[in-house]
Design a protein around this ligand. Structure first.
Ligand code: NAD
Ligand code: UDP
Ligand code: UDP
Length: 338
């Protein structure tokens, strides 16, 4: 009788925002999942609901240190993603991207595992080509405050492709564009979570610069579908491949939409634009559509409603908002309407 061997997936950064959704999805798909995280930005609460699952285990470990495990597939997500967090200890950010990639590639080489890299639209820097296609080499400042992240991720891509050319590793490199959803930290610092938390708490909404800079926001569920499709694509599909939602919005428009959806009384204030803040960003996802038959389905408005509900519950649980919160006003308004 043939014994079916359960596939083991390693998710680095598995206690983070994206990683926790990925762990959940892989367990649903029948994988044995090992989550590795140093809890720099990740939280136990993101994976608490998985802890009692016999197909899930957590290792507190830093990917800059070698790791010996037997695995069939590796999703390398470990790295702080918010500019506030990756600039907190920039040297450590580069080490995480570069040493982390070397260790995970070494692990993939020894175990012959497929390995997925969570790369980023930041490899395009402040792009001069719009929308961004995978064959664009980018416009990146190598010595600025964002460089630890941008160049760290670029070097990680280089390592992935050199391990592929030199050792024939089965690599999958995805360039992720701005993604949002539940389980982002309230102090994450990225724009969607900032605006929602500010709106719910009745605090000023902080637009950096004049708000005309653009981003294209993808809801987390769509992104995870893209990860899985990429990992299971044919071996010659190495990427890099853009995974994101091509619907582009001005940051000022996002602020207005969040205010509308939370029915918040928050005012908008303008703060200084961070150094090297990209002016525009929109993925060309033709390759993902053709090669993976993947495209995002969730509209911004729909994804924001789900994300607002998460933060409303979170802030309420923490006692940060009460009966008169903006979200509460929204639900009262909805009751009146319905
Ligand atoms: P996140 O900060 O929530 O998650 C990152 C996780 O990695 C955290 O759990 C953190 O504790 C862990 N980590 C950081 N350094 C580590 C180390 N040295 N060893 C072990 N664990 C470490 O961010 P996220 O949004 O979930 O991003 C996940 C990945 O996706 C990152 O690699 C990020 O660069 C990439 N990405 C995300 C986005 C996005 O919009 N969310 C966009 C582009 C790329
Ligand atoms: N490595 C690891 N786990 C493994 C195999 C390797 O963490 O299962 C690390 C190893 O410590 C090394 C890195 O991955 O520093 C790169 O491995 P590779 O085999 O490419 O390089 P080498 O060991 O020859 O320097
Ligand atoms: N931003 C903003 N207010 C905030 C946080 C961010 O206006 O409270 C802007 C930021 O300057 C950038 C955009 O929103 O132009 C997206 O920022 P984020 O940090 O989410 O991600 P990035 O794409 O810059 O890595």
């Amino acid at each position: 009788m043939a014994v079916e061997v359960q596939q083991r997936a390693l998710v680095t950064g598995g206690a983070g925002f994206l990683g926790s959704f990925l762990c959940e999805r892989l367990i649903e798909d029948g994988r044995d999942v090992v989550c590795v995280d140093n809890f720099f930005t990740g939280r136990k609460r993101n994976i608490a609901h998985l802890m009692s699952n016999p197909n899930f285990e957590v290792l507190r470990h830093d990917v800059t240190i070698p790791l010996y495990l037997e695995v069939d597939e590796i999703y390398n997500l470990a790295c702080p993603a918010s500019p506030v967090h990756y600039q907190y200890d920039p040297v450590s950010t580069t080490k995480t991207s570069v040493h982390g990639a070397i260790n995970m590639l070494g692990l993939a080489k020894r175990t012959k595992a497929r390995i997925f890299q969570a790369s980023t639209s930041e490899v395009y820097g402040d792009p001069l080509v719009h929308p961004q296609r995978e064959d664009y080499w980018g416009h990146v400042n190598p010595i600025g405050p964002r460089s630890c992240y941008d160049e760290g991720k670029r070097c990680a891509e280089t390592l992935f492709f050199d391990y592929w050319r030199q050792f024939q590793l089965k690599i999958k490199v995805a360039r992720i564009f701005n993604t949002y959803g539940p389980r982002m930290r309230p102090d994450d610092g990225r724009v969607v979570s900032n605006f929602i938390v500010q709106a719910l708490m009745g605090q000023p909404i902080t637009i950096y610069g004049d708000g005309t800079q653009t981003r294209s926001f993808c809801y987390v569920d769509d992104l995870i579908d893209g990860f899985i499709a990429m990992m299971h694509s044919p071996a010659d599909m190495t990427g890099p491949i853009n995974i994101g939602n091509p619907n582009e919005f001005k940051i000022g428009e996002l602020a207005e939409l969040v205010i509308e959806l939370t029915n918040s009384r928050s005012e908008i204030v303008h703060k200084a634009l961070p150094v090297n803040d990209p002016k525009q960003r929109q993925p060309d996802i033709s390759l993902a559509k053709d090669a993976l038959n993947w495209e995002p389905k969730v509209k911004l408005r729909e994804g924001l409603v789900k994300t607002i509900a998460y933060f409303d519950g979170f802030l309420r649980e923490k006692g940060a908002i009460g009966e008169d919160s903006a979200a509460n006003l929204t639900s009262k308004r909805d009751e009146r309407v319905s």
